[in-house]
Design a protein. Sequence first.
Lengths: 158, 168
Amino acid sequence: MSNEIQRNAGPRKVLAVASGGGHWVQLMRLRHAFEGCECTYISVNAEYAGEVSPAAFHLVPEANRETKLKLIYAALKILAVVLWQRPDVVVSTGAAHGYLAIRFAKLIGAKTMFIDSIANAEQLSLSGQLAVAHADMMLTQWPELSDGDGIQYRGSIL
Amino acid sequence: MIFVTVGTQLPFDRLVRSVDEWAAEAGETNVFAQTGASQYTPSHISSMKFLGVKEFDRKVSQADLLVSHAGMGSIITAMEMSKPIVVMPRLARFDEHRNDHQLATVNRFRKLSNVFVAESEEELGRAIDEALAANVSESQENHDAREALISSISRFIDSAGPQMSFSA
C-alpha cells in the first residue's frame, strides 16, 4: 500500500454558500468571480438551483440561531457536502449557513472567505462576528466597518 | 403596474393595508401585491400570497414601480432591474421583524437614486408620486465598487492552492 500525494491541477473547486433572500441575491451578483471554477452552490430555496444550473446545487433548510433543530440538520448536510466535494475555496455571503460551511471547510484545509451582507451597514452581522476568527478573509461592504485588521473592505455589490 | 412585495418570511399587514387604502383613494387599479404571511386581504388591488421565482421576476420586470418592505433582496433587485422602489421599514414594535435593522437599511439606501422611503403610512402616497416621476440608472461608482469586489474574490480563489488528496 503506498500513500501518494496527488495535486489537483486545473480549475479551482469553489463551494459558494448563501442563506436565503438578500444573501442569495448578493451571491448571484458576485458569481462572475467564479468563472473558470468548478462551482457548487448551497442555499435554502429549491428554485435557486435553476439560476445556477448546470452547476451543482444542494438544498438545506432555512435556519438561524432561533431554529436549533433546523440548524443542526443544515450543519450535517453542509458538512457532508464539504467532505464529499472537498472544495479548494469556500465563499459565503452569510448568514449562519456560511458560518457553518467555513468552520467545516477549515477541517479539510480549504481557504475561506465570508462576505458580510450589505444590509449590515452599522456593524458586522452576528454570523460575521462569529466567522471572523475562522475565515481566512472577512469582508465588509462598508468601508467604515473595516478595522485594518481582520475585517477588510474591497468593494460592494451595489 | 405597481408591484408590491412583503418578502417570504414575515407578514407586513401595515404595508399591504396602506397600499390598498392608497389605491382606493388614488383610483389606481393596476396594482399587484405579493402578501406572504400577512393576514390582511386587500379589496382594491389584486394579490397573491406567494409567487414562484420565475413569476416574481416576471412581475418585477413588468412593473413601473416596486413597493416593498426595506429588505436587502428587494432593494438589490430594484437596482439590478433599474426600477424605482418605495420602501417601508418593518418595525419591531409592531412585530413586523425581530429588530429595527430595516430602519438602518433605509437610512443607508435612501441616497440611491431609485430608492424612495415611506417611514409611515402617511408618507406612502407622496413617496409613490416621487418614485413614479423619477429617472433611474446605476451610477459608475456603484458599478466600480462591484467590479472591485468581484476582482478581489477572483484573486482570493486563484491564490488558494488546490486541495491535496491522498491515494492508498
